[in-house]
Design a protein around this ligand. Structure first.
Ligand SMILES: C[S@@+](CC[C@H](N)C(=O)[O-])C[C@H]1O[C@@H](n2cnc3c(N)ncnc32)[C@H](O)[C@@H]1O
Length: 259
C-alpha cells in the first residue's frame, strides 16, 4: 500500500465553505455526471432484485440516493454524511420525499459508523459518490468489508469514485478534462472566470490533500477478496469510475441471475 497520511485530512469536508463550494461550483461541472448516474441506474435495474433499502454513504446533497428513490418508488434510503452542511442540503432536496429518507451524521472513517445504521440493515443497495477516496487504502478495504456485512443476500454495492491514473500523463489528461468541464459549467452560469482562473482554483483547492487515490483494478481486487461476486467496473473515463459488486444470493434463491 502507498505511504498514506496519519492525520484525518478528510475532515476538511466538515467545513461549511468546502461543502458549499462543492455543491455550488463543482458537482454540476463533473464530466459526464448525468451519464454516470444513468449507468448506475442501469446496473441497478439489471441486478434483478427488488430495491427496498438503499444506503448512500458520504451522500453530500443526496444526489445519488435521491435519484434512486425517484426510480424505485417503494424504496427507502438512509443518507450518511459527517458534514452538517451536506446533510442540511440533502434534507432540503428531499422535502417531497421526506418520509422515505433517514439522515444520519456519522463518520465512516471509524468502524463504529456501522452501529449507527444497524437499525436499517440489511440494505439491497449501497451507493457512494466521490467520497471513499478520502480514506487510506487500508480503511477503504475495511469499509468495503463493513458494507458487505450490511448488504442483504443479492444486495449490490456501487461506488462512483475518483480513482488513480496509471501514469503522470493520465493524471494530466484527467486534470485537463476536469478544468475544461468546470470552465464549461462556469460559462453556462454566465460566470466571467477565464480558463486560467478555473485551473488555478482547481489546482489550489483545499481538499486536494484529502485525496488518497487507488486504482480501480486494486479496489475491484479487494472487493473480490472480501467475497463480493460479479465485481466489475461499469464506467470509466480517466480518473472517474463506477465499480462494485454484489453479495451472492443463496444457491436456492428465487431471484436468479440473468443467464
Ligand atoms: C465530494 S463530496 C460527494 C458528495 C456526493 N456523494 C456526490 O456524489 O455529490 C464527498 C462527501 O463525502 C463526505 N465524507 C467524506 N468523508 C466522510 C466520512 N469519513 N464520513 C462521512 N462522510 C464523509 C463529505 O462530507 C462529502 O459530503
Amino acid at each position: 500500500m502507498n505511504e498514506q497520511r496519519k492525520t484525518r485530512s478528510d475532515k476538511v469536508w466538515q467545513q461549511r465553505e468546502l461543502a458549499t463550494r462543492f455543491l455550488e461550483g463543482i458537482r454540476g461541472g463533473v464530466p459526464l455526471a448525468a451519464e454516470q448516474i444513468d449507468v448506475l441506474h442501469r446496473v441497478v435495474d439489471g441486478c434483478g432484485i427488488p430495491i427496498v433499502k438503499i444506503l448512500d454513504l458520504g451522500c453530500g446533497d443526496g444526489i445519488l440516493g435521491l435519484s434512486l428513490l425517484e426510480r424505485h418508488p417503494r424504496a427507502q434510503a438512509v443518507f450518511v454524511d459527517f458534514s452538517e452542511t451536506m446533510l442540511a442540503a440533502a434534507k432540503q432536496r428531499s422535502q417531497s420525499d421526506s418520509l422515505r429518507c433517514h439522515f444520519l451524521n456519522a463518520d465512516y472513517g471509524e468502524r463504529c459508523w456501522v452501529e449507527s445504521v444497524s437499525d436499517h440493515r440489511p440494505f439491497d443497495l449501497v451507493v457512494s459518490g466521490f467520497s471513499i477516496h478520502h480514506q487510506p487504502d487500508e480503511r477503504k478495504a475495511a469499509l468495503y468489508g463493513e458494507i458487505f456485512e450490511l448488504l442483504a443476500p443479492g444486495g449490490v454495492f456501487l461506488n462512483l469514485e475518483h480513482v488513480s491514473s496509471q501514469s503522470k500523463w493520465g493524471e494530466a489528461a484527467f486534470d485537463n478534462l476536469m478544468i475544461d468541464s468546470l470552465w464549461d459549467y462556469h460559462r453556462q452560469r454566465q460566470s466571467k472566470h477565464s480558463r486560467e482562473q478555473v485551473a488555478d482554483e482547481y489546482v489550489n483547492r483545499t481538499d486536494w490533500s484529502a485525496n488518497i487515490l487507488a486504482s480501480v483494478e486494486e479496489q475491484c481486487r479487494w472487493l473480490c477478496e472480501i467475497g463480493f461476486t460479479d465485481v466489475d467496473c461499469y464506467f470509466k473515463i480517466l480518473e472517474l469510475a463506477l465499480f462494485g459488486g454484489r453479495k451472492a444470493l443463496p444457491a436456492n434463491s428465487v431471484h436468479q441471475k440473468r443467464e
